[in-house]
Design a protein around this ligand. Structure first.
Ligand code: BG6
Length: 512
């Protein structure tokens, strides 16, 4: 497949990345894993791509005692362990990094941050935006925003309101009421325009590509509905287990960790109506609208349904893998789910009767994230010996990971004199066509937060609708565990047999 230079679009400036105005980013939890593995390498990559303004700073903030020099060494290490560090740019980048240590509930920490910003900005431009990035445990989100507000680092009105934003990592709350309480509390100090609730799946190139696929091609949208689509399958499976995150995972589980956010975000992009424009609110209005049409789960597993499982001891390539309950920091009788599959229905004109199958799990055999649009079978077969049901269905697969791209399965004639039919893929892989892997999701999202584009961030109503779908499920799992068993699967396996129960027997199947 060939890449065609987007000449016309560049003329319109559509393809041009915008460099943000002067700004700085304060990362709370800067000595943590997310900052080291994702945020710092993503900021450095933007720097390399000349998408960081000349006046820019990073202030790491956290409880861990570090000074500027040791923080700079840490930053350097995370850049070096990332791909392609471009040595000559490392020093100018780390020169822009500073560190403040202190407790999140101590006003002195915020005074120190404020003084540092004043010093850095002293000889800089008149206006400098500050982005406060909360990469801490969620238990301190509320206190950090309160302290930012009371210390005057963020304001809802006046010039400072235009110059301060807060990016909040997931999970935003652990159920509907805690999410609403957190939202209410932070809105004392921030307007919705200043709040950037991040879901890194929205920063993934192929997830954004859903919008281009659907709305920049004339051929897909007319068939993107119940008349032509049989079912839609959204799958995110991981080889990794909980690793060193058992403390967090024991409070969270897969439903909160993946479904309420990443899975529902992908679903909303696939299923929403065409927005009037690419404006942040137009796109987000449509996403919320479709989530509101998702039918609440039937906990008796009738038409729509959700079920959970946990990995037990297993093996991969001859290596023994521990069960979830044997992982360090996990309770020996933990009821936390590491796998969830669901069949959900969307009650609107476009999707009535089309099941959406969603599944996500940790410690499975393969790492795979994909969205498969399975089309209906042909209405009639003119090939006498082959029934319509014997022909493979057309499937459009949007590959999110590990090989970003897309494939359309079609039926074609095999070469030769006979009328033999074969399925083949019209396939595109991002790397083959563009000659490189797509940028990391955090690059896109950090850049957008600096520019002030909220399109790929989650609005409060979006977050609330998703929680209101899953909170009754979490309650039922907790309160009626005898009716909602926690199934098990061997670590490293590809056994998702339980999911099959969700499907109408003989009619549909998991593509996996
Ligand atoms: C995170 C979850 O949000 O997404 C992790 O907290 C999960 O548990 C990760 O492993 C998956 O992200 P990705 O980008 O590796 O698919």
């Amino acid at each position: 497949m060939e890449y065609i230079e987007p000449e016309i679009m560049s003329e319109k400036g559509f393809c041009t990345e915008r460099k943000p105005d002067p700004c700085g980013i304060v990362i709370f939890g800067a000595s943590g894993d997310l900052s080291n593995r994702k945020l710092i390498p993503a900021l450095f990559s933007l720097f390399k791509r000349d998408l960081i303004p000349d006046h820019f700073f990073i202030i790491g903030a956290g409880r861990f005692p570090l000074d500027d020099e040791s923080f700079r060494r840490k930053v350097q290490d995370s850049i070096i362990s990332a791909k392609n560090p471009s040595q000559s740019l490392v020093q100018p980048f780390i020169d822009r990094c500073y560190y403040i240590s202190g407790n999140y509930n101590d006003p002195v920490t915020y005074t120190k941050i404020s003084e540092k910003i004043t010093i850095i900005n002293k000889n800089g431009p008149k206006h400098c935006q500050t982005i406060f990035y909360l990469s801490t445990p969620p238990s301190v989100y509320e206190i950090i925003v309160r302290m930012l507000g009371t210390s005057g680092l963020v304001k809802k009105t006046g010039p400072l309101a235009q110059q301060s934003r807060v990016v909040i990592e997931k999970p935003f709350g652990h159920d509907l009421s805690s999410a609403m309480a957190l939202d209410k509390s932070i809105r004392h100090y921030l307007t919705e325009d200043q709040i950037y609730r991040i879901d890194h799946y929205l920063g993934k190139e192929t997830v954004q590509n859903i919008l281009m696929f659907r709305f920049a091609n004339a051929i897909f949208e007319p068939i993107w509905n119940r008349r032509y689509i049989d079912n839609i399958q959204i799958v995110v499976t991981e080889i990794l287990g909980v690793e060193h995150r058992s403390g967090y995972y024991e409070q969270s589980g897969l439903l909160r960790d993946m479904f309420q956010n990443h899975m529902m975000q992908m679903l909303s992009l696939v299923a929403m109506e065409p927005p009037a424009s690419f404006d942040a609110n137009d796109v987000r209005n449509e996403k919320v609208k479709v989530l509101r049409a998702v039918r609440p789960f039937s906990l008796k597993c009738e038409e729509n349904c959700i079920l959970r499982a946990q990995y037990v001891k297993g093996e991969s390539d001859g290596r023994e893998l521990p069960g979830y309950r044997e992982e360090k920091g996990v309770a020996p009788d933990s009821q936390i789910e590491t796998y969830v599959s669901a069949k959900l229905m969307i009650d609107n004109w476009r999707w009535k009767g089309v099941p959406f199958y969603l599944c996500s799990g940790k410690r499975l055999k393969k790492r795979l994230s994909e969205i498969a649009i399975v089309f209906k079978e042909v209405p009639h077969s003119m090939f006498a010996s082959i029934l319509p049901s014997q022909m493979s269905r057309n499937i459009l697969v949007l590959n999110v990971q590990p090989f970003e791209g897309a494939a359309l399965r079609i039926e074609a004639k095999s070469p030769g004199p006979k009328w033999c039919m074969n399925s083949l893929n019209l396939e595109f892989r991002y790397r083959d066509v563009f000659g490189q892997d797509p940028p990391d999701a955090y690059e896109r999202l950090l850049l957008d937060s600096m520019i002030g584009d909220q399109t790929l961030f989650i609005r409060n109503d979006d977050m609330e609708v998703a929680w209101s779908l899953f909170t009754p499920v979490l309650d039922a799992w907790r309160e009626n565990s005898e009716y909602h068993p926690l199934y098990t699967y061997p670590a490293g396996s590809w056994e998702i047999a339980e999911s099959a129960k969700l499907l109408s027997p003989g009619e549909r199947y998991w593509r996996l």
